[in-house]
Design a protein around this ligand. Sequence first.
Ligand SMILES: *Cc1c(COP(=O)(O)O)cnc(C)c1O
Length: 251
Amino acid sequence: MNALRENLERVEATIAVACRRAGRNRGEIELMAVSKTYPAEVLAEATRLGLTLLGENRVQEWQQKCEEFVAQTTGLAARPQVHLIGHLQSNKSARAVELFDGVDSVDTLKLAERLNDAASKLGKRLPVLLEVKLSSEGTKAGLDAEARETAELLERLPELQNLQPQGLMTIAPFDVPEPETRACFRALRRLRDAWSAKHTRLAWDVLSMGMSGDFALAIEEGATRIRIGTALFGKRPPLTEQIRQFPGDES
Ligand SMILES: *Cc1c(COP(=O)(O)O)cnc(C)c1O
């Protein structure tokens, strides 16, 4: 498992360079280790290396892994927080609120309301991020910043007392020239600035952007949380293998 330690060192070195270039402190940036598709023992190793935040993208998968993860990390000083970063169908809201410490992929008003209801029943206050879609390529998920439903969601959010909104998340388009990636990150930051001026009852500290291929750019553009999977854990198994291992959860 030395590979993980070395990968982490390499990622930290890249973060350090990006911080220096942007005149930022390392402490401003949270490193989320995206552990989807990896078995519990790998997550336990990440925990022992001091990673404090994990990202999983499927409810079912995490449900299957978490017991073993807890068993493998018993006795350690602290366990990382685990956030859902993948698309969530609103009918799985209750399960998600039980299983996760935060949901970073809220993309509809309906989902926000369902999560709020579920959190209320559990007496929980759930940290959430709004996922925004800023490019026509790549993923389908995310709010359209201009849509009326988004405006409605922003108006309603302060009343959803069992949610703790913290900011925004986006996924940049893949395989595009660097200026385009950068423009996407900059757009998320500007959106945060605009919305935070208008919606002062909400908190706007978190900008979750940047993945293995583009996190240095994201840091330069103001990311406060980067989501790193393959650069830490190596290449993920092919999708067919993932579905065999964690069936019933192709959301
Ligand atoms: C898988 C995933 C990541 C991590 O991707 P890598 O390219 O492996 O670093 C980050 N964010 C989201 C939403 C993901 O689904």
